[in-house]
Design a protein around this ligand. Structure first.
Ligand code: ADP
Length: 222
């Protein structure tokens, strides 16, 4: 479903990613870990198409992607309501959302435990509430590939676990391919997940079980 061939990314003379090769299948749940500044965000940006590799090629058989970027600094800058932000995640945009679309948004707000925020302005939300809204935005169009860059950084621990259950549910029911950048694997990982350890290149890609042995050999994620 996704295949990287010798992908490198440089900013000037600084090589962030060097000769990255990997492929993943439809329905895979991949966790990307690695130290700070190791190139994780850069890697997912090439996937989403926000960044062009300096060299190498990326093959993908769909462009139906949902993306949650790492840094969202729209707070207090965009006078948008929660409904409008989520609506912008639909692939087909009409001037006004249909009734069915509004119902879908409301159902997701309920699942994310923020039903009361439907008509609120984003400016009034806490960081954690905003993050939930952006998560719904990424999920709303049933993307074939879901790319989440540290999606739980502002979520409280009790909701974090629920959120991962939700993701596993989506992965199983809809065969969604999920790519998840994180620096805390603990509550996110299940046995059939894959783990990629990035540090300029891919130092490890395999099962979570094998990854724990890899870690014991002296590699630690931040
Ligand atoms: P991670 O997500 O693993 O923390 P990033 O992919 O964000 O790492 O960044 C990897 C390295 O590339 C960092 O040293 C960062 O400063 C650098 N970098 C990222 N984007 C740019 C850019 N647009 N211009 C210059 N350097 C960049």
């Amino acid at each position: 479903m996704i295949k990287y061939n010798e992908v490198s990314v440089s900013f000037g003379t600084f090589n962030v990613l060097k000769n990255v090769n990997f492929h993943i299948q439809k329905g895979d749940f991949l966790h990307i870990v690695g130290p700070n500044g190791s190139g994780k965000t850069t890697l997912v940006k090439t996937l989403v198409g926000l960044l062009k590799p300096t060299s190498g090629t990326i093959e993908m058989n769909t462009d139906n992607m949902g993306y949650l970027p790492q840094k969202l600094n729209l707070k207090n800058q965009l006078p948008m309501t929660v409904q409008e932000v989520i609506y912008s995640g639909f692939k087909k945009q009409r001037l006004i959302p249909t009734k069915t679309e509004c119902e879908l948004i409301k159902a997701w707000l309920l699942k994310m435990e923020i039903p009361e925020l439907f008509n609120k302005s984003m400016n009034y939300l806490s960081g954690g509430q905003q993050q939930r809204v952006y998560l719904i935005r990424a999920l709303i169009s049933n993307p074939e590939i879901l790319i989440l860059d540290e999606p739980t950084s502002a979520l409280d621990p009790s909701f974090r676990e629920k959120f991962y259950h939700l993701l596993y549910d989506i992965q199983q029911k809809q065969q969604t391919t999920i790519i998840h950048v994180t620096h805390d694997l603990t509550d996110a990982v299940k046995d059939d997940c894959k783990v990629m350890y990035v540090d300029q290149s891919i130092k490890f890609l395999g099962s979570y079980h094998d990854f724990t042995h890899f870690e014991h050999r002296g590699h630690h994620h931040a």
